[in-house]
Design a protein around this ligand. Sequence first.
Ligand code: ACO
Length: 422
Amino acid sequence: MRDTITITDDRTGKTVTVPIEGGVFSSSALRELDPSLFMYDPAFMSTAACKSEITYLDGGAGILRYRGYPIEQLAEHSTYLEVAYLLLHGDLPSTDQLATWRNDVTHHTFIHENMRKRFVDGFHYDAHPMGMFISSIAALGTFYDGAKNIQNEASRRKQILRLIAKTPTLAAMAYRFSIGQPFNYPDNDLSYPANFLNMMWKVGPHYEVDPALERAMEVLFILHADHEQNCGTTAMRVVGSSHVDPYSSAAAAAAALYGPRHGGANEAVVRMLSEIGSIENVPAFVESVKAGDGRLMGFGHRVYKNYDPRATIIKKAAYDVFDVTGKNPLLDIALALEDVALKDPYFIDRKLYPNVDFYSGLIYQALGFPVDMFTVLFAIPRTVGWLAHWQELLADPDQKISRPRQWYSGPGERSYVAIADR
Ligand code: ACO
């Protein structure tokens, strides 16, 4: 069998044969047939928009790897900053590289006082933390003159460090503002997740981060660091292809993540479990979903047609958190729901399994985060994924400014009609 595909334009009889590599063939073949011919592919269902070496995902087999390393191994042995280094640099760091990297990130955690005093303080008292987070990222770029200098490697590296270091600060600041509490400055003696928890929760002079909760936060950050060409990352690449500064591109990516079809599902899961209310109501709820009355939130995925490997890891991490915080009362309902759904032909036939969001909301809630913060918790670690893809995009000679074509379906030419005659 040859790894090629042959396409014939039946209008002209012209034929072109192109190689299939890694399950992909180049659409430039179509332009060879007819330069004015385009493929209609809304939502990029069958389009690979880039080559990428960062994340491998096999949705049928339930496999997720960062730079070749299985997510399960990274979640068990690694730290978020080590994974961030891996995603950006392609390899795990040596001891010295990691020490330098950690030191560099740690020393960029503070933000300009004007960001807090003038910018954040200007929000309405009940502003959504994710809306504040998105606009703060964009505003942050205005403080750094070199941000636009994206062709300069040293400048790019500086902006990458700043974005990774400052997103937890921006996130915690948005939360503290939303509850009217004074902002906690970063503590550079703490690990990346512990510093975030400290900025979130410290009220008096002392706050001790529980190591089990610090590790759970670390694991959640690792699991959310990248997921190849999802909606937010695609936004990062599309906006970044205009060569705007990375803060503006990251703000666009965060805006995409804000949507309920993307980063907002974990919030919906918690609401759904609360509405179900008790285990006895689970079978009736599943029947109502099957009858078309809403969806089982946290189930199903565009790419995974198997158990999302991140869901397996999160489910285990949830127990470690509950050992410290006490069990989230919604857990038993979630377990019962999963049990019923995984045995039901409706879900089996459609290959609907728990996704990353099914259990993450339960952990976030047990850790004390309000539901409004859930998407922000996703955005902090995903920042490194966005930046890894941005970097890859800029170095890719195949890439140009993103500019898809359209299938025009409006009226043909018609003459202007004076307003009095319409
Ligand atoms: N509950 C019940 N039925 C479902 C669900 C669900 N969660 N998901 C899909 N289905 C059904 C659909 O009704 C459809 O059935 P049909 O063939 O009888 O019409 C079939 O499964 C295929 O569904 P599609 O909507 O075509 O699948 P798509 O790939 O477009 O959707 C999505 C994927 C959006 C994730 C969907 O599964 C869903 O809405 N899940 C719930 C929301 C959720 O958990 N989102 C988080 C995703 S993870 C993330 O973004 C981080």
